[in-house]
Design a protein around this ligand. Structure first.
Ligand SMILES: Cc1cc2nc3c(=O)[nH]c(=O)nc-3n(C[C@H](O)[C@H](O)[C@H](O)COP(=O)(O)OP(=O)(O)OC[C@H]3O[C@@H](n4cnc5c(N)ncnc54)[C@H](O)[C@@H]3O)c2cc1C
Length: 259
């Protein structure tokens, strides 16, 4: 099997995000692999180990994104490719999907394209389904379990994690998957894996290498602003017993019109 997995580099989730003159800043917080994408890498590796095959990790971004790809290599991915082109600076979700679809086609004969649930920075949650649309492949999102997979018969059965519980879906391969936490804890990179990754040569694909023109962004972000600061006051409620404290709290909540 050939499996492509897409990972994004994002500011650490603990970062203090601020917007200065329309530019997003995150101080000296590190850039890390998008947490949801670690689950995608774990799922891709488990499927390759169970059904045979190799996982190639892709990341679209600047040179710094090679660090996120090295993390995927250290986890066990066989190959990693950076997609980097100046024309992708303000790409929108539809444009990203065209780029990722072109990368899957260039990899050739892929059975699965695996994504995280969403990116914690721009958080559109759109790219997975849009990539499936461009490829003309089925999109199996919010996958908690791959119950059955037959690479030769080109069939797959997954369990999706939905609000009501689990939904069992049968589909043909190739297919696009997005993975949720239920799939299983991402493995820690092994010492050998980290060493192999630190020496790895990560190639870069441009739009020319992908054989596509620069996507024109249909959605633009004319302005980025920090949400207005809220004036928050804290009041400690005291009393001689928990009941008295609870009553005082309830009165205040009702007076404030919260309830
Ligand atoms: C500086 C900046 C400017 C931007 N300007 C615009 C703009 O003008 N208009 C606009 O519409 N959008 C803009 N974006 C958002 C950009 O379009 C999205 O970041 C991009 O389309 C990916 O969407 P998402 O992060 O919401 O992915 P989601 O749909 O939330 O991510 C789903 C999955 O897709 C994969 N994925 C997402 N991004 C990548 C990546 N880069 N590399 C590899 N895999 C990935 C991951 O598996 C991820 O879990 C901007 C982003 C940045 C950082």
């Amino acid at each position: 099997m050939k499996i492509a997995v897409f990972i994004k580099q994002v500011p650490d989730s603990a970062a203090k995000i601020a917007v200065e003159n329309g530019v997003v800043k995150w101080g000296d917080a590190p850039l890390v692999i998008n947490p949801w994408d670690e689950y995608a890498v774990e799922a891709a590796l488990q499927l390759a180990e169970k059904h045979g095959g190799e996982v190639t990790a892709f990341s679209m971004g600047g040179d710094s994104s090679k660090e996120a790809l090295k993390h995927a290599l250290a986890m066990g991915c066989g190959n990693a490719v950076l997609i980097n082109d100046a024309a992708l600076a303000a790409v929108d979700a539809a444009g990203s999907a065209r780029v990722f679809a072109a990368a899957v086609k260039k990899l050739g004969d892929a059975d699965l394209a695996v994504f995280g649930k969403q990116a914690i920075d721009s958080d559109t949650g759109l790219v997975t389904a849009m990539t499936a649309r461009v490829l003309g492949w089925p999109a199996l999102t919010l996958v908690a379990l791959v119950a059955e997979l037959d690479a030769s018969a080109k069939t797959i059965r997954v369990e999706r994690g939905v609000e009501e519980g689990r939904q069992v879906v049968d589909s043909k391969l190739p297919a696009v998957l997005s993975i949720i936490k239920d799939f299983g804890e991402p493995r820690y990179p092994s010492f050998m894996g980290i060493r192999k990754a630190s020496k790895a040569e990560i190639g870069t694909w441009t739009l020319d290498d992908l054989g596509i023109s620069a996507p024109d962004a249909k959605v633009s972000w004319p302005e980025l602003i920090s949400p207005p600061k809220r004036d928050v006051t804290t009041e400690m409620i005291t009393g001689s017993s928990p009941e008295e404290i609870a009553n005082t709290l309830a009165d205040k909540i009702i007076t404030e019109g919260v309830l």
